[in-house]
Design a protein. Structure first.
Length: 101
């Protein structure tokens, strides 16, 4: 999980981040079964932007399909920070793919 800390003088305090999920809806799976979850809401910080916001990527991958397919949900979120101890989602885009391994 991604953790963010705000500098406060000579110390750092944690910032609360909203729950970030990347779920694969059933209609994307098109009736196929994916019994193995290889990644579940794996988070990675991608970059800080000039305005102080943080780009985070969340990924879920399900595989183990008898036909050799995997299903992936990749969500990209831009988190904004203000004077509170909580981050806010400013933008969220999610992409799905089903592919043969």
């Amino acid at each position: 999980n991604v953790e963010v800390y705000l500098r406060n003088g000579s110390t750092f305090r944690p910032i609360e981040i909203p729950e970030l999920l990347a779920e694969i809806p059933d209609e994307i799976k098109k009736g196929k079964s994916f019994p193995h979850v290889s990644e579940l809401n794996a988070q990675s910080a991608k970059r800080w932007q000039k305005d102080g916001s943080l780009v985070v990527e969340i990924e879920t991958i399900e595989d183990g399909n008898d036909e050799g397919f995997s299903a992936t949900a990749t969500r990209t979120v831009v988190l904004g920070f203000d004077r509170s101890d909580k981050a806010k989602i400013l933008k969220s885009i999610i992409k799905f793919k089903v592919e043969k391994l």
